[in-house]
Write a new protein. Structure first.
Length: 77
């Protein structure tokens, strides 16, 4: 079960709650009149964001266990 806190309580203790979320990694649900309105979570880069830099970087993957020729190595740099 996720931890919840009212909007008014969150407002007066926001930094404390931010530190708790950061340290524990557990999300916090902020409620308004008992209704969930905001979810505070620690930041984790999206997998797509991490892989975006690698897209298009593999030129060929024909024989991965064979040694690379010196000329081909220069092409890969």
């Amino acid at each position: 079960m996720e931890k919840t806190v009212s909007k008014s309580r969150f407002k007066s203790h926001a930094l404390e709650y931010f530190r708790q979320v950061e340290q524990s990694g557990e999300p916090l649900i902020v409620t308004d009149h008992g209704r969930p309105v905001i979810k505070v979570t620690s930041y984790r880069p999206d997998a797509d964001e991490l892989l975006r830099a690698l897209r298009g970087s593999v030129i060929a993957y024909r024989e991965p266990t064979e040694p690379v020729d010196a000329e081909e190595w220069e092409t890969l740099k």
